[in-house]
Design a protein around this ligand. Structure first.
Ligand code: GCB
Length: 600
């Protein structure tokens, strides 16, 4: 799916700003609220999470439906164009109505969706209504334990206990835009690249749609960074050679542009510009090769999380975060635990940060976390997430396939791979990812601590083993000698079970309350967090299979209410407002000294 941009044939209109908003106590659909202007609406910004903005105290923990509404003014001249309404992401399910008619519905809170509005729109004023549902259960991604109960006073309480460790922010989280194209238009562009000596070979495929799709000529030009044409071709698919190609890689993120135009006798009907980088990715001989060179991942798992905005896109925060990663000397991050905004992915391409792109498959382990009841559960019998997982994977690859920054897909975070049924669940998804990705990027799944070399059932199917490990925190908390010994022993076991399979430490860390200091270091102090990270590094440096280290987490982040956290998870090496803790300074020293290539 293409990102909406302006070109000489395309217009984009921003529908962000203040919308009307109302919580739905349950009757909104039955009463057809979409058929008339929203009553008792309150102002709500888009994009943003609605939870913490104080419109009503009940907003924060609301489980169920909410309504958004705004006026959509359409100049008459636009009606002759193909008009598309596009949502960057709505968490977690949306039904969009235009002038009271259902336009489009979408499930999944982290990928874009769009619909043509020409059949429902009128010149002048239109009413755009969006029904948003934040309910999560055993069929959704992420997974939560959905419960309805009656309280002693007779009232009904609906709770959604997240089976994951981040706040279930919800709402219209990413930009809403209207864009206009010609009736015959470029639907998609697929780009892959390979190297031939000093030259780049770029293979392209253009999907054209609309009434005259078979009557138009497709012209493709590749432009270098200054806008000069370096190769050109005709037809909906082909291969172009860039002589003496400039590669994309961290530290040197060179971007070309693929300019596609549709022509007929009357002129150019549609044009689109897709930025792309030429680089190769492969896993070979136990190494992760980027442009044929062994790459070492230095970086963090992250969240889209910031005070007030919640999970709503804030481009200032995006720029700040990626600049802080560069300040650290990091070269990569993982979009834990869901796809991040397209705007951030475009920035990562420009700034040369490598991304492990994760689907929102988190919580697929009913025996981890705060499962109600406490009885042993059968994760793969009880979950019905397979259909949503497949859809999320399709949508993520469709959205991010051309990004140079994306070097690996992560198909889940910490699923129950030690339980029966895991292999049957993941094998088809891994096959599907390999089929869908035109660039055939390596695949991983991050494995939780119950998934050991002797219990896990899927690691052999992965290109890279990714381990989330909390020795010295949840296991043997406060005992760093024990942590080191356990980590070393486990890594040795993995190397015996799957010799030659690269291992990424995809999470390790400790909570630290900024400003809390102690000597000798105790848990929750800045010193303990720093000491834990350093003691892991001793082990990682001595293990040849390790291809990288991603600290958990880049910044402190909000989690659900409950008894386990104090104002959220404090494993950030930055505070929630992005101030460095002691660990950030020490990591900076380490990472600036480790080269991106050839460290191991
Ligand atoms: C994990 C999860 C992550 C949590 C982290 C923690 O293994 O992948 O979502 O936030 O542990 O801090 O407990």
């Amino acid at each position: 799916m293409l990102y909406p941009i302006m070109t000489d044939t395309r217009e984009v209109f921003d529908l962000n700003g203040i919308w009307q908003f109302r919580l739905d106590p349950g009757q909104g659909l039955a009463e057809r609220w979409y058929e008339r202007p929203l009553r008792e609406g309150v102002p709500m910004p888009v994009p943003a999470s609605f939870n913490e903005l104080g419109a009503a105290a009940a907003d924060r923990d609301h489980v169920g439906r909410v309504w958004y509404e705004r006026e959509l003014l359409i100049p008459r001249r636009l009606l002759e164009r193909r008009l598309v309404l596009r949502f960057g992401a709505v968490a977690h399910a949306a039904q969009v109505y235009l002038n009271g008619q259902l336009l489009v519905a979408h499930r999944g809170g982290f990928t874009p969706f769009e619909a043509e509005i020409n059949a429902l729109v009128q010149p002048g004023k239109n009413r755009l209504t969006v029904l948003v549902d934040n309910t999560l259960d055993y069929s959704t991604l992420p997974v939560a334990h959905y419960r309805e109960e009656q309280l002693p006073d007779g009232s009904r309480l609906v709770t959604d206990i997240p089976n994951f460790d981040f706040f279930n922010y919800a709402g219209i989280h990413r930009p809403v835009r209207l864009y206009a194209t010609a009736a015959t238009y470029i639907r998609d562009i697929v780009l892959t690249s390979a190297l031939d000596g000093a030259d780049g070979l770029v293979t392209y495929r253009v999907e054209v749609d609309g009434v005259r799709r078979d009557a138009v000529a497709v012209r493709v030009r590749l432009l270098e960074a200054e806008g000069r044409t370096v190769a050109s071709g005709e037809g909906a698919q082909g291969q172009l050679r860039i002589q003496d190609v400039q590669l994309w890689e961290p530290g040197r993120p060179y971007l070309y542009t693929c300019l596609v135009e549709l022509w007929d006798g009357s002129g150019c009907l549609d044009s689109y510009e897709e930025p792309f980088g030429v680089r190769t990715v492969a896993v070979e001989d136990g190494q992760f090769l980027l442009n044929g060179k062994p790459f070492y991942f230095k970086g963090c798992g992250k969240h889209e999380d910031f005070p007030i905005h919640g999970r709503g896109l804030d481009e200032a925060v995006c720029v700040k975060d990626l600049n802080l990663l560069r300040w650290l000397g990091a070269n990569s991050f993982r979009t834990s635990h869901y796809p991040y905004a397209e705007e951030l992915m475009r920035l990562a391409d420009c700034l040369g940060l490598v991304v492990i792109d994760e689907v929102p498959a988190v919580g697929l382990h009913l025996n981890l976390g705060s499962s109600p009841g406490g009885a042993r559960r059968q994760t793969w019998r009880e979950l019905t997430t397979a259909a949503q997982h497949e859809q999320a994977l399709r949508e993520l690859i469709a959205r991010d396939k051309n990004h140079a920054c994306v070097v690996m897909w992560s198909l889940a975070n910490e699923p129950a791979t030690e339980e029966e049924g895991a292999r049957a669940y993941f094998e088809p998804l891994l096959d599907l990812a390999r089929q869908l990705d035109p660039q055939r990027r390596p695949l991983t799944i991050t494995l939780q601590m119950l998934a050991t070399p002797s219990t896990d059932t899927v690691a052999d199917l992965l290109d890279v083993i990714a381990l989330n490990r909390y020795y010295g925190w949840y296991v043997h908390g406060g005992r760093l000698e024990a942590a080191r010994a356990l980590l070393r022993a486990e890594l040795t076991e993995w190397m015996k079970r799957l010799p030659g399979k690269p291992i990424l430490l995809s999470e390790y860390g400790a909570d630290a309350i900024a400003g809390m200091h102690d000597e000798p270091p105790t848990m929750f102090s800045e010193e303990y967090q720093a000491a834990l990270l350093l003691s892991y590094h001793e082990v990682l440096d001595s293990c040849s299979a390790v291809i990288g280290e991603h600290v958990w987490n880049f910044a402190d982040f909000q989690t659900a209410q409950g008894i386990t956290r104090v104002q959220g998870n404090r494993k950030g090496i930055f505070t929630r407002d992005r101030r460095p803790k002691l660990a950030a300074h020490l990591l900076r020293e380490r990472w600036r000294a480790i080269p991106d290539f050839g460290y191991k």
